[in-house]
Design a protein around this ligand. Sequence first.
Ligand SMILES: Cc1cc2nc3c(=O)[nH]c(=O)nc-3n(C[C@H](O)[C@H](O)[C@H](O)COP(=O)(O)OP(=O)(O)OC[C@H]3O[C@@H](n4cnc5c(N)ncnc54)[C@H](O)[C@@H]3O)c2cc1C
Length: 391
Amino acid sequence: MGTILVSGASIAGPALAYWLQRNGFSVTVVEQAQALRGGGYPIDIRGTALDVVERMGIRPQLQAAHVDTHRLTFLDGDGATIASFAPQAIVGGEEGRDLEVRRGDLAVALHGATRDVVEYRFGDSIEVLDEDTDGVEVTFRSGLRRRFDLVIGADGLHSRTRALAFGPEEQFHRYLGYCFAGFTMPNTLGLSHEGLMWTVPGRAAAMYAVGDHPKMHGFLNFALREPPFAAFRDPTAQRDLVAAVFADDGWEIPAMVRAMRAADDLFFDVISQIHMPNWSRWRVALVGDAAYAPSFLTGQGSSLALVGAYVLAASLATAPDHTAAFAAYERDVRSFVELNQSLVSEGDALLFPTTADALARRDAMLRQGTATPQATGRPEHSAFTLPAFAA
Ligand SMILES: Cc1cc2nc3c(=O)[nH]c(=O)nc-3n(C[C@H](O)[C@H](O)[C@H](O)COP(=O)(O)OP(=O)(O)OC[C@H]3O[C@@H](n4cnc5c(N)ncnc54)[C@H](O)[C@@H]3O)c2cc1C
């Protein structure tokens, strides 16, 4: 069995590491952050991905971390209520079976299942990849050089592994026409297990209280024709851009903008997908957002990361060589991924209408909607059956 370097210790990386080491591979995970990041925004684990966490034996731990959001309330520009729902009614989940946990809680569970059997290198990253016929020579940012049989990029939407092995991100990046800023802020409204979603054409703000904490998550989301490339490397420019977009808005928006300016954990990004003709090249493959980010508008990024990691490991464990394994991984999981990516397309996000007409249509749908969660979830979430896997 071989040696495998995985770049990224969030969802896809540790899940892949788990299944690889169970099948006799020697795995190293490199993560650029200095330590594992806990907490964070809530994510859903649904459909086929639930089978992955069940087979890993971490469902009880995740169940204990279940956020259990009771209510999502949609507000108009003045803060008046349009409609209130159980969240499953909006995103098409299955009440009682789906899990909603903070992203960091899932990362901690995956790391906990692997940390004693997988080598983790925090605070480092891949600088150079040199492939030859029987291995990959890796130079790390720290200066360390090591040789691996295979390298897998699980390093997210802006994957460095992808850039090194496949070229610039632009060719694979599909911008959906929105940007967002996420940050923690004081829970001054006393929200508990609930979210508020305020919308005007082209702009949306959300407050999300995962429990009864004095802090909650704030999101400021807005439509923008072109991605704001200039702001990406400049946190001050990001804050100025978001503040300017929301400058004339009422309700709690001025307080949110102040909180965004003061936040030490501001996360600013485009809402985009990754579409690639191939997820592997020679001895390098990609998994999770690095290969096929669906965007958070689908709510399926973590679930696709878990399923892809499982199938990639199963393929490497059972195929005669890595070339056959990479081909099998892609053949098996691509249509499931594309089905879930197609849950949204450019500018059409149901949650974020960009015109007054689209907003009025959405609000009419919300008013007619029912607060009863769907019994079975969306078929796209479960449109793939995990292969049998011996280990
Ligand atoms: C606000 C928000 C809400 C979301 N809601 C949901 C939801 O409800 N349901 C859902 O399924 N998904 C949701 N997602 C998406 C989900 O978070 C991602 O799809 C998922 O985390 C992808 O996992 P990943 O492991 O592929 O990549 P990521 O989680 O992006 O992790 C990449 C990791 O690689 C590390 N890294 C990056 N560059 C390097 C480098 N050069 N070297 C080493 N390490 C590196 C990063 O630090 C990170 O730890 C949401 C995302 C956001 C932003």
